[in-house]
Design a protein around this ligand. Structure first.
Ligand code: GNR
Ligand code: NI
Length: 176
C-alpha cells in the first residue's frame, strides 16, 4: 500500500477542524491501515487524519516498542483528565523540533474502534500525552502553539531558513 503524504507546518490545512465520522466503512478501514503504515514508516507513535489531509475525527497510535499494538480512535472524546505531565514532544508535521509541553497525566477517553464499536480507555503517561497531541491535531492545533512567543519566533526563523535552503534552483519555488 502506498504511504500517505504528511502535511508539514505551516501548511494552513493543518488548521482544519475535523468533522465527526458518520459511518465506519471499509473505505475508512483502508485509510486507517494506510495511516498506520505511514506512521510506522515515518517512524512515529501517532498520526491524526488531519496530518494526511483527511478532515474527519480519526487517529491512530502505537506506543509499543515492537509496533505490535496499533490503536485506532474514531470520534474520540476526552471524558476526564487529571494531573500534570511534562514531556518532550515532537511531531511528524513539525520535523526536527522537540520541545517540552505540559499535558494532563491521565485521561479517560471514549471513541469508536475500527469496527464502529464504542470503547473507553484510561491512559496515563506517554499514551495519555499522545492521545492529547493527536486530538489537538483534529482540532487544528499543534504542539508548537503551546511554546513561548520567544521559542515560536525562533522556530519560525529556523523553518524559513530551512525553506530557503530547500528552494529548487530550477523552478525557484520552495519545496514546502
Ligand atoms: O511520533 C511522535 N512522537 C511523539 C512524542 C511525544 C509526544 C507526542 C508525539 S506524537 C508524534 C507523531 C505525531 O506527530 N503525531 O501527530
Ligand atoms: Ni503531531
Amino acid at each position: 500500500m502506498a504511504l500517505l503524504e504528511i502535511l508539514k507546518y505551516p501548511d494552513p490545512r493543518l488548521r482544519t477542524v475535523a468533522k465527526p465520522v458518520v459511518e465506519v466503512t471499509d473505505e475508512l478501514r483502508q485509510l486507517i491501515d494506510a495511516m498506520l503504515e505511514t506512521m510506522y514508516a515515518a517512524p512515529g507513535i501517532g498520526l491524526a487524519a488531519t496530518q494526511v489531509d483527511f478532515h474527519e475525527q480519526l487517529l491512530v497510535i502505537d506506543i509499543s516498542e515492537d509496533k505490535t499494538t496499533p490503536l485506532c480512535f474514531i470520534n474520540p472524546v476526552i471524558l476526564e483528565q487529571s494531573g500534570s505531565f511534562e514531556n518532550d514532544e515532537g511531531c511528524l508535521s513539525v520535523p526536527e523540533v522537540y520541545e517540552s509541553v505540559e499535558r494532563s497525566e491521565q485521561v479517560r477517553v471514549k471513541a469508536l474502534d475500527r469496527n464502529g464499536k464504542e470503547f473507553e480507555l484510561e491512559a496515563e503517561g506517554l499514551l495519555a500525552v499522545c492521545i492529547q497531541h493527536e486530538i489537538d491535531h483534529l482540532e487544528g492545533k499543534l504542539f508548537v502553539d503551546y511554546l513561548s512567543q520567544l521559542k515560536r519566533s525562533w522556530l519560525k526563523k529556523k523553518l524559513s531558513k530551512a525553506r530557503k535552503r530547500d528552494v529548487d534552483p530550477v523552478s525557484k519555488t520552495p519545496s514546502i
